[in-house]
Design a protein around this ligand. Structure first.
Ligand code: HEC
Length: 444
């Protein structure tokens, strides 16, 4: 028996000869080690043979099932700059490597290990703002904490990129960094954007939740359910740190034509979700800002498209929630980030053009809360004035959803993970570049 196995291994290795150093390492270096290296989010390093070998079978399973790299867009719709899917031939190479005994190969074949800038991935920032304190994260429960700090910018600044850097990776789950428009908005924090009427929301510890008795609007494309101003199209955060997402680069064409603005003297807010551990931790998260070298032609805008008034009945396995965004002027769509919590099941984005043509922009058939993926369109899509973006989410509040914290409960909108959200963070540009904006132009 032993003789047979050895014979087989030698024979097949001689036949195809996929080795770690020559064939597999280049695939892992290109697609995996951004997360799978020491000190990063993934559980094991795939940088060298010794650390990768015990995972050979798991690697095969993960790539064949396309669980890894994490990417959830249905390949039938849209083209994305940051499409993380492996090429079929890479999957075949990994399968061949495992089938042949996951051998190391000649160490001389190993490509140079990619190097990663620790900390600031875009180089040294022009300005760094931190949360202003060493925050003590209490053990044992998730914490959402807001930090408001002053920029002390004497003049408005155009920003070409921003990188939110967690101070303590072990506990920082995600961060929203926002520029507060004025003094007043700093005080209202979580409710500042709830222009649809404060009476519909309870706010506790800075976290909001739609009241049980608020009107219900599951299909906000069909009508407003009696809520005079459903709202839900606010300018979103300036920059974010989300699991699986890199720094925010606004100057996407690299020619200085696009930037975001921070007014003189602005205050900024860090909204941090700490997923705390058994023992106390300390965090000092910061944002690195990269100034634009010139006044841009157009500002990048983030518009958040939400429906806050859905109600997901207890036990419902496929509850539909819709929101439509009527495009008010010609715009280019650059990126889409769907966001729901643990009951989020799928998300679809359709553009209904003025001539009635329907185009699916993005379909995420299996949404996963653990991955907040930003889908960056390969080519910006023109959303002409009068067209309509139709957003449809489904939620699984049944006992069959392993992530569901409580299938016996009807669920509404709320900041807490055990509540739900139906929101999409979009990045858009005005379609026609204006004459270069003046340096003092206020953010719109
Ligand atoms: C964006 C970050 C990221 C990238 C890129 C990524 N991984 Fe992962 N991977 C993770 C994280 C985080 C986990 C642990 C959580 C999980 O299993 O979902 C993981 C888990 C795994 C596991 C364990 C799966 C299991 O079922 O236990 C394997 C195997 C794996 N990754 C292989 C790969 C391979 C191979 C690639 C590249 C082709 C890759 N990953 C790319 C972040 C990443």
């Amino acid at each position: 028996m032993r003789v047979f196995i050895i014979g087989l291994t030698i024979a097949s290795a001689a036949f195809a000869g996929a080795s770690f150093t020559k064939d597999v390492a280049p695939i892992l270096y290109k697609n995996c080690v951004i997360c799978h290296r020491p000190g990063e989010m993934a559980p094991m390093s795939l940088l060298d043979y010794k650390s990768a070998r015990p995972w050979a079978k798991a690697i095969q399973t993960a790539v064949v099932s396309r669980k890894m790299p994490p990417w959830f867009a249905d390949p039938r719709y849209g083209h994305f700059q940051n499409d993380a899917r492996l090429k079929p031939e890479d999957i075949e190479t990994i399968k061949a490597w495992v089938a042949e005994g996951a051998v190391e190969g000649d160490p001389k074949d190993l490509p140079t290990q990619p190097t990663f800038a620790e900390g600031w991935r875009l180089g040294k920032p022009d300005s760094v703002i931190d949360i202003g304190e060493d925050f003590k994260v209490p053990p044992g429960r998730d914490v959402y904490q807001n930090f408001v700090v002053q920029t002390n910018f004497k003049e408005g600044k155009w920003i070409r990129a921003a990188h939110v850097l967690p101070g303590n990776r072990k506990v920082v789950h995600h961060v929203h960094f926002s520029v507060l428009a004025d003094e007043g908005s700093a005080a209202v924090l979580a409710v500042d954007s709830l222009s649809a009427g404060r009476s519909y929301f309870d706010v506790q510890d800075g976290l909001s939740r739609v009241r049980d008795d608020a009107p219900v609007v599951n299909d906000a494309c069909a009508g407003d359910g009696g809520i005079a101003n459903l709202s839900g199209f606010e300018e979103g955060s300036f920059a974010t740190m989300l699991p699986g997402k890199g720094p925010d680069v606004y100057d996407v064409f690299g020619d200085g034509s696009i930037a975001k603005y921070i007014p003189a003297g602005a205050k900024v807010r860090f909204q941090i979700h700490y997923a705390s551990l058994g023992e106390p931790q300390v965090d000092r998260t910061s944002v690195g800002l990269y100034f634009a070298s010139k006044v841009p032609e157009r500002p990048l805008k983030r518009v958040d498209v939400r429906n806050r008034f859905f109600l997901i009945p207890a036990g419902a396995s496929n509850h539909e929630v819709k929101r439509c965004y009527e495009i008010e002027k010609d715009k280019l769509l650059l990126a889409i980030t769907p966001h729901a919590h643990l009951r989020g099941k799928d998300a679809t984005y359709e553009l209904v053009h003025v001539d009635g043509r329907r185009e699916i922009l993005l379909s995420v058939p299996r949404y996963d809360f653990n991955w907040q993926i930003q889908y960056r369109l390969k080519d910006p899509i023109l959303m002409e004035k009068g067209s309509r973006m139709l957003v449809t989410f489904h939620f699984d509040n049944s006992a069959n959803n392993p992530a569901n914290p409580d299938p016996a409960k009807a669920i509404r909108w709320g900041d807490r993970t055990e509540d739900e959200m139906m929101v999409t963070w979009t990045e858009t540009l005005d379609a026609a570049p204006a004459q270069a904006l003046s340096a003092s132009t206020e953010k719109k």
